[in-house]
Design a protein around this ligand. Structure first.
Ligand code: ASP
Length: 471
């Protein structure tokens, strides 16, 4: 025993013990952390991309459950394997020649296997796939093989267990996703599996036939797996460094959104901003699991974190801007409309009867405006107008087409004054006529209607006033 320790020596000794304890706690935490990592098609389009993915997975022990897409495009002119599979199946099932496309698909996978130097042959699998195509196993079956085969390669490359979603992701016989049965099965299957590859995009109906989610559905699988295993994080790896504040086709090099809430994301996604499949947020949201959008080609970028709620202040007053063109407004005017009980209901019933959903409904004292998608509305236009006349006897009904809606979204707007003022003065400076304004009661977004022709200029003006000016 060292009885002659100096006081500073003892302090130093204690610091060392604390440090090693902290290290051990951190290690233990890291060992028990579970992340689900989903990789999109462009992240797995070639052996080169696969290797980047392998490095990413191996860089963090917590990345235990891997959800791959099918190989995507290697360049702008390339084709996605999923699209090739649909083409191949259509030809085979209709008795047309399909061998050339099948060969193309085979070559894509063989190049990946060779490039990765894994000891694996898919000959057997392809023979079975061909037979099933000819025997009309279904388009969903066909499309699902893209993820299935990529999953087999990924599992062999990483040395992880392969789990076929046909045995763990379920749909009812009408084709609706069966969340309960899937959650139960996945949780049980994965409880004792340390590391696994679960291909995205598909599952099976209770009768055993293969069923896919809609296109881009591997995002949904990732979310379902994350929920089932109570993951600490759902990482969604793609080819962009996260959600951008605005559409890069309109704004050059827009800023990346660091943190966004599910609600904000819904608003922006609804208005056309897309990185993630729309249905992917629901399973994880229920569990409070954050999603991190990351870039396989720039793994050091932090990406965007999608969370239920946050006290992190957004970098700018607004979180994002998105919009869509192609709306039409139906303006209804009637003196004393405000005193007529049931006026709004009667008008909306006419839209309902014609199977048209409405987007927004700003109103004045004697006016009411209904905004709808022009393409959905065109065929029913006259029937709706006649219906409105019969239902509420308006003084007149007027329509305006080629309108665009722009959503300015941000949790920060609630706490800051003058946001609307800044938006409208920016638009006025850009000489843009504002056709409609709608602020949600949650103060999370302001929707602005402008002419289609003013759409891009309006987005630039709003971006400049909030992002470029606040930088
Ligand atoms: N491979 C499918 C598609 O291209 C699903 C996905 O990538 O998420 O849509």
């Amino acid at each position: 025993m060292r009885t002659f320790q100096t006081r500073s020596g003892i302090v130093q000794f204690n610091i060392e013990i604390n440090r090693s304890l902290a290290r051990k706690v951190k290690e233990k935490e890291e060992n028990s952390m579970k992340k689900v990592v989903k990789f999109g098609g462009s992240s797995l389009a070639s052996a080169r991309q696969f290797k980047k993915v392998g490095d990413i997975i191996r860089a963090d022990k917590a990345r235990r459950y891997v959800v791959p897409s099918a190989p995507g495009k290697r360049n702008d002119k390339d084709e996605k394997v999923t699209d090739l599979l649909y083409q191949c199946y259509d030809a085979a099932s209709e008795g047309r020649s399909y061998k050339k496309i099948l060969e193309k698909i085979k070559t894509r996978y063989e190049e990946i296997i060779e490039g990765l130097e894994v000891n694996l042959s898919l000959d057997h699998e392809f023979a079975r796939i061909e037979e099933n195509f000819v025997n009309k196993a279904g388009r969903d079956y066909a499309a699902s093989r893209g993820e299935y085969l990529n999953g087999i390669i990924m599992a062999a490359y990483l040395g992880y267990e392969f789990i076929d979603p046909a045995e763990a992701v379920f749909f009812d016989n009408d084709g609706n996703f069966d969340a309960e049965a899937t959650d139960k099965e996945l949780a049980e299957r994965l409880e004792h599996v340390e590391r696994a590859v679960i291909p995205g995009f598909y599952g099976a109906k209770h009768d055993g036939s293969i069923k896919t989610f809609s296109r881009g559905g591997s995002d949904v699988t990732g979310s379902i797996v994350a929920k089932a295993i109570h993951a600490d994080m759902y990482e969604n790896w793609t080819d962009v460094s996260g959600f951008l504040v605005a559409d890069p086709r309109i704004i050059k090099d827009p800023e990346v959104i660091e943190t966004i809430t599910y609600k904000e994301l819904r608003e922006l996604a609804y208005m056309g901003a897309s990185v993630l499949h729309e249905d992917a947020i629901f399973p994880v949201r229920k569990e409070g699991i954050p999603i991190n959008i990351r870039n396989t080609n720039r793994p050091d970028d932090k990406g965007t974190l999608i969370v239920e709620s946050t006290c992190r202040k957004p970098r700018y007053t607004i979180t994002g801007i998105a919009g869509k063109k192609g709306f039409c407004s139906i303006n209804i005017e009637k003196a004393m409309m405000n005193a007529e009980v049931g006026f709004g209901r009667k008008v909306l019933e006419v839209f309902e009867r014609n199977g048209i959903s409405f987007e927004h409904m700003p109103s004045g004292i004697d006016t009411m405006t209904v905004l709808v998608h022009q393409s959905e509305f065109e065929d029913y236009e006259q029937s709706v107008i006649a219906g409105i006349h019969r239902a509420v006897e308006p003084d007149f009904v007027e329509m305006e087409s080629d309108l665009a809606l722009i959503a300015v979204v941000g949790r920060g707007m609630k706490a800051s004054r003058g946001t609307a003022g800044r938006i409208f003065s920016a638009l006025a400076h850009a000489r843009i006529n504002v056709k409609m304004i709608d602020q949600g009661s949650s103060e999370l977004n302001i929707i602005i209607g402008v002419k289609d022709a003013d759409f891009e200029t309006a987005i630039k003006a709003i971006y400049d006033i909030f992002v470029s000016a606040e930088m």
